[in-house]
Design a binder for this molecule. Sequence first.
Ligand code: MG
Length: 257
Amino acid sequence: MRYAFFRALRPAVHTTIRLRLTCGLSNGYLKNMKFILFDIDCTLIDSGGAGTKSLDLAFEEMFSISDAFKNINMAGKTDLGIIREGINLHGIEYSDEVIPGFCETYIKHLRHYINNDRGHIKAGVMEALETLRQDEGLTLGLLTGNIAEGAGIKLEHFGLNSYFKIGAFGDDDENRNNLLPIAVDKFHKQHSHRISYSDCVVIGDTPMDIRCSKPYGALSIAVATGPYSFDALSDAGADVVLGTLEDTKRFVSFLIR
Ligand SMILES: [Mg+2]
């Protein structure tokens, strides 16, 4: 609203005021902003197997091999990393050129199979997101191995898309450990403010979620709502481990202290 008002002013005045506004924001709430980055699968939602099924069907369509991913542990990996692993496992020569076609086929199946009766939002997630959204000191984002289009389909299905305006995805980089700097760069582009890694919080259900935050000094919160136990996540070095996100008050207390 305020920005629309400034746009109406003549260009010279607009530039001056906008600079002051940006500066004011940097010195104000943005300086104290926390950037909260959520994983998707087994943290926010369970897709009811739609992701795995769609990858399998895409592989079958592309390479005539069924159940290609049955011996691959996908938890915490990026989609592109999983696809590469599947291709290598089955002795197919890897080429970057197959990736766009593979992803297109995967997305086609995902759009269909996300509609199943096993998928659900994880316990406490809606309450937590609603609470966090109302705090102006927090920016909610995604840090996920899903390719961006796949992430959008999964979140849209469960009505969660509107909580997230920014994210780093599995097609931004195949290596999950590179996704936090990418998210921080996107935050910079969106807000004209370079957020400190120490003001970032990464939330996920696997040791890989924890590992991708550690080198940068971000806080890692692990939730034992996926394939890894509370103890396994604790042993992996999470700063905080929660059984679920159901205790909203306690969860939020780690984000705003
Ligand atoms: Mg996960």
